[in-house]
Design a protein around this ligand. Sequence first.
Ligand code: ADP
Length: 590
Amino acid sequence: MFKGIGFLMKYTWRFEKRFIIYQILLQILTAAVPLSDIIIPKYIIDELTGARRIEVLLGWTGLLLAVNLLGSWLISFFQGNSFVLQSRVFTRFQTMMADQLSKSDFARLEDPQFLDTKAKAEKFLYANGQGFGVVLTSAFNIFGKLFTFVGVVAVIATLNIWVVLGFVALVLLNAFYESKVRRQATAWDLEKAPIERKTGYFIDLVENFSFGKEIRIYGIKDWIVDKVHEHLCESERFYNRQTKLRNKARYLSDFTNSLLKGITYGYLIYSVLRDLIGIGDFTMYMSALMNFSAAMRSLMESLLTIRQFGGYYDALKDYMDVPQRMYEGKRLKAPAGPYELRFEDVSFRYPGQEQDVLKHISITLRSGEKLSVVGENGAGKTTFVKLLCRLYDPTEGRITLNGIDIREIDYDQYMKLIGSVFQDYRLLAFTVKENVSFQYSDEEDDGRIHDILVHSGLRQRLETLPRDIHSHIYRTFAEDGFEPSGGEGQKIALARAIYKNAPVMILDEPTAALDPRAEYEIYRNFSELTKGKTTVFISHRMSSSKFCDHIALFKNGRIAEYGTHEELMAQGGDYRELFDMQAQFYVQHH
Ligand code: ADP
């Protein structure tokens, strides 16, 4: 239960020591100030009902005010600053988690089990949406309330130890019931989570701009709104059940509270009537006992909160320990170029799948060679290049770079060797320049980036943009941001790969969204674009294979045909069939 707290404290201490120190001082102060409110009034009342000396009355009142004012000032100071520091700790935690995630195996990101772990880890960190720091503050609260406790108990114990014990028993009874209620509520929360996730998805569908087309054209709004309604009703049933249960717990605690008050008043009145204590003592014990039960409840509350979220801590640990296999192993330095890449009997199966997507692939890419990969949808072409990029590692066999298994080469160094344009490239809502360079680069670089973009076929578009390469992509952050068309986006993605100027170039249908003229331009510049680079080129445009050195035709995860364009045409197999089919189509329709 407290392991999670240990974890939080350790990192918080590492990130921001002052936060912990301030919290401790804050807790001590919040415990100490009320103590003065409990004890000092007794002396004032004693004086009022006794000697009535003005200077003594003034002295006590002055002390009370001084302690209160100074205490409040200090509390405000520490509270305000803790808030700032807490947000700093929070940012550091977030950065750490993001760093963790970006280094985790790519395959994890599509693993539902891992996504679950992630969600639970976040439940721990953000206390189920109550916000970061709730669990941590609960821990500090426990410390503070223990402090109050010792003080108050010391006061009450001078009266009667049995009263203290009776109070403890009643509070524990409350806590016991409350913890049962909470456990049930948490169980229902978990049950409710999938429904809420679905509701969230549907609501997102309605609100999200990118679904707007389908929703309008297919008129599915009513259908979705009905679904939202259905799920909301189901959530409501959970809320009703939870509320009923919580109310029961509240009724019980209200009752025990009244009981406590009754006992306190009864016992203290009895003591005064019997002349066992004076009026001053009466007020002191009264407020001590009331403080006692408040502190006890708050303590229980914090303990229960920690217990409630402690269950999620294991998930956080799993999340923090997520394998980063890409960063394990030998981490050799990348060899110097030129680069020869080789697949040696490589088979691959996606995690959780039943079948191999690649089966015993052996192929060599000599330095500077251009390989065209063709084949029908689902043949394994993209998977082949994903392995080359180490987004996944082979299930069997190995891929070598100049004879070294790529798993043994330092991951970051290997990544430096590869430039790629994937079918599902993503642009970020930054400037065009930032999208191409992905790093801080000075103005000297502007000219080069501009040239590359012009080379990728964006000359005319750049001219119409408000700030050339410094124009924003998308309107997320800039009102005059530009929404690239599919083809324009692909050109920017291509520019990225050219800018990186890596020795190995991977192009997965980089012209699929381009108009014929733009595609023609790219093909015309192809040899210049890939000059001296080992290149893998996936394309459904069969004619593009002609300017590659070799062609590999993938079929059902195997290389079914391999050779030059002329060889494969002469062979008269699938390649020839696909080629003729497309050629015929063009001839007929032109
Ligand atoms: P191609 O690029 O030749 O069209 P892919 O390499 O994309 O083919 O896909 C090959 C097969 O692997 C397909 O049957 C596809 O469904 C499957 N596949 C692709 N990506 C994944 C993935 N992330 N998880 C599971 N299966 C996948």
